[in-house]
Design a protein around this ligand. Structure first.
Ligand code: TXA
Ligand code: MG
Length: 324
């Protein structure tokens, strides 16, 4: 079973142990502000292989390289002016940029799945201190079995990957609760590859440019991780429910009661006060709770599509997609 170290009570020991395990080429589960990541030395092909193995992740799906500061980022990618502005405004934070990898970069091709670009992000929170001490980028996908719901707590990670992991750093619940927003700049235009924890509107307000969306969920081959059936709970998922069928689990928003919910297996409200930020932070935990109720189907009440609602609905559409 994994050793779990609480970063709030033992920060120094957490950093030291994490760096020691990473140096052995073993993945470590680390807390970022978005979700918990399964991190390994991005320059070590064996360590990266261990990530793919542990998650059961297809190897054509590239990983994000996490850095602790701009100097580390500059050593591995080149910034166009627009990407640099985004990095300066939103890093550390829930934004991943797709940028050309420098020929001199030591990030291994296994991390980028052989692409000539790197997904790169400077995370906020405790993980950044680990990267700074380790001194090299950490490749990290979300710390869950491939295709399952991303973990927003150390307990989520432990329940899923605990038996296979050496070390989990526990910093409590992830503040944002949704994976990073992924942006690629092309010919001075902004393309959204994945909606996430950074509201697209904040990017549009900063730059005065509009961000173009992928054609439809799952259509973006360019971010190959955007497979249609992702974020799947065990139960089936029914979206935009107008009522609740007996025995279903219900997840709703904004205290909006649905007809029939008295016969639900469980009723959870993502944010009774109607805050999308709070809803994002609760989403994956509530999906796991609804799943654990034993209901065969999770019904979701309506969720507003604007702001962070876009990323929430993206995850729900993937959760509802047909599975293989
Ligand atoms: O918030 C997050 O982004 C979390 C935390 C741990 O940082 N990480 C995360 O990683 O969500 P993951 O592996 O679940 O998602 C990474 C996404 C995938 O959809 C992948 O295809 C895309 O990033 N990606 C990575 N490198 C890319 C590249 N060079 N070009 C296009 N897409 C890339
Ligand atoms: Mg993931």
């Amino acid at each position: 079973m994994a050793e779990i170290i609480d970063t709030r009570t033992e920060p120094e020991r957490a950093i030291e142990r994490a760096c020691a395990v990473l140096a052995e080429g073993e993945p470590v589960a680390i807390p970022t502000e978005t979700v918990y990541g399964l991190a390994a030395d991005a320059t070590n092909p064996d360590a990266i292989s261990r990530i793919y193995e542990m998650k059961g992740r297809p190897r054509f799906n590239p990983l994000i390289s996490h850095v602790s500061d701009m100097a580390m980022a500059e050593a591995h990618v080149t910034f166009d002016p627009l990407s640099r502005r985004l990095a300066e405004a939103f890093w550390p934070g829930p934004l991943t940029l797709i940028l050309p990898q420098r020929p001199t970069s030591s990030v291994h091709a296994l991390a980028s799945a052989g692409l000539d670009t790197l997904g790169i992000r400077m995370p906020d929170g405790f993980s950044r201190r680990v990267i700074a001490r380790f001194g090299r980028p950490l490749a990290a996908p979300s710390a869950n079995t491939s295709g399952k719901i991303s973990p927003t707590s150390a307990a989520h990670v432990n329940a899923d990957l605990g038996p296979r992991l050496k070390l989990i750093l526990d910093a409590g619940s992830a503040e944002i609760g949704l994976e990073s927003t992924i942006i690629k700049v092309e010919d001075g235009a902004l393309r959204l590859l994945r909606p996430g924890g950074l509201d697209v509107l904040a990017i549009e307000n900063l730059t005065g440019l509009s961000v173009s969306r992928p054609e439809s969920a799952g259509a973006t081959i360019e971010a190959p991780g955007m497979l249609a059936s992702h974020y799947a709970p065990g139960a089936a998922v029914r979206l935009d429910a107008g009522d609740v069928r007996p025995g279903e689990a219900l997840i709703r928003f904004g205290n909006a009661a649905l007809p029939g919910e008295e016969h639900a297996a469980i009723v959870l409200d993502l944010s009774p006060a109607g805050s999308l930020r709070e809803a994002a932070a609760n989403l994956f935990d509530y999906m796991k709770k609804a799943d654990a109720s034993g209901a065969a189907t999770i019904a979701f009440g309506p969720i507003p599509p604007e702001g962070l609602g876009e990323a929430i609905l993206d995850r729900l559409q993937r959760a509802a997609a047909p599975r293989d």
